[in-house]
Design a protein around this ligand. Sequence first.
Ligand code: FAD
Length: 342
Amino acid sequence: MAEKLLLIIPVEADGSMPKVAWETVGAVRSLAEAMQCSFDVGLWGQDVLPAARALARCGAARFLAVQGDDFAQARYATDAAASEALARASQATMILAPSTSRTNRIIGGVAYRLGGRADTHAASIQLVDGRLQLTRWYYRQRIMVVLEREHRPWLIALEQGAGAPWAGEPADVTLEWVTAAAGDTERRTQFEAIQQPPADQQTIRPDAELLFVAGAGWTKKQRDGQVHVEEADQIIREFLRKSGASLGGTKSIVDQAGEGGAVLSCMSHMNQVGQTGSTPRHPKGLATCCHGEEPHVVGWRFINERRAVNLDPNCGWAHGKADVLYVADAFEVMRKVNELLS
Ligand SMILES: Cc1cc2nc3c(=O)[nH]c(=O)nc-3n(C[C@H](O)[C@H](O)[C@H](O)COP(=O)(O)OP(=O)(O)OC[C@H]3O[C@@H](n4cnc5c(N)ncnc54)[C@H](O)[C@@H]3O)c2cc1C
């Protein structure tokens, strides 16, 4: 069967698209080239023109768009209606989307409406010996599964890292307008406001260059026999503010709040990296006062360059888990780093 691809992307209220969307463009371009088929781009939002112009040279055959105030904000009913209308207009056999909370929420419902099948959290998609194969991780990145499907349409949400981000100069583009249902039923849920902590309290930053991990050592007795949690807190906050790094923690440090121990004010369970925590993606990682035990380091699977600061020359990082281990006092090192960043 001849395949036809459609890439669907919601455009944010400010006209932007998330980083993962650019990576999905890269992935879809490679796939279309391997399959020797064309692809369409389908956008929806309040004003899709800036995004369409930015994608003008990506190689899409058609640019389809659903536009209007009703499609400005993330809302299941209007997002699903727009995606469905774009898919019907394109007649694509495979519909790909960047994996975001917005697309993951609707993709199953849209597949149902189109009589298709959906897969989310796809790590990659490629043609192998003439067969389309999707890879997906299970059990916290320990088992990789390769999926094939005969059923069409096939809807796929591609995770961050599935393709190299595409970049090209903006240009004029011809948009084909598509109408999607946005009646009283679709508009029943009303968006009011985004509530989020102030930028300096927002410690989880998926797009940061660096993952900075703080381990339990920051709250342990130091050489002078005392704990220095307040100072640790201040050093870490200052570093995060100056570097823009994302903050990760070990299980030992994030559990301390529940155990009544000395706690870092910026650390919560959301920050935990590891087997029972998260597996963030950042180009670089720096672990401090963290032993580097396997259940923690398994969460570093997608960190490319790894460095650690630990007083113990025999800690886990020294056993092949880091590229560079600084055997040093993290308080001293990070104080100096902060000074250099000033
Ligand atoms: C089923 C299971 C699941 C788990 N899941 C996770 C998980 O998801 N994430 C996770 O993190 N852990 C997980 N763990 C726990 C994990 O095995 C470790 O216990 C934990 O990672 C240890 O945390 P830590 O390195 O911060 O603390 P510690 O082991 O106490 O290490 C503290 C380190 O700080 C160093 N240090 C102290 N002071 C300084 C200083 N001034 N300068 C430099 N270094 C200093 C010490 O040398 C020491 O190496 C799991 C365990 C199990 C059994």
